[in-house]
Design a protein around this ligand. Structure first.
Ligand SMILES: [Zn+2]
Length: 63
């Protein structure tokens, strides 16, 4: 399920407040929102049933 248009523009990484980018999830599940900060956290937040879960505790950390 695609995210609602415009939603990404108002969302920010809860860890470093950088913009987020929608990416296909590596595991074939729903998309995830990846932090775009060049020197930031790089966390990837899951999207479950079309709803972004912007919780640091739920985020996937970069390898
Ligand atoms: Zn971040």
């Amino acid at each position: 399920m695609p995210l609602e248009a415009g939603l990404l523009e108002i969302l920010a990484c809860p860890a470093c407040h950088a913009a987020l980018r929608e990416e296909p999830a590596a595991d074939g599940q729903d998309a995830e929102l990846r932090c775009t900060a060049d020197s930031g956290c790089g966390l990837a937040y899951p999207v479950r049933d079309g709803i972004p879960v912007l919780l640091v505790d739920e985020a996937r950390r970069p390898a």
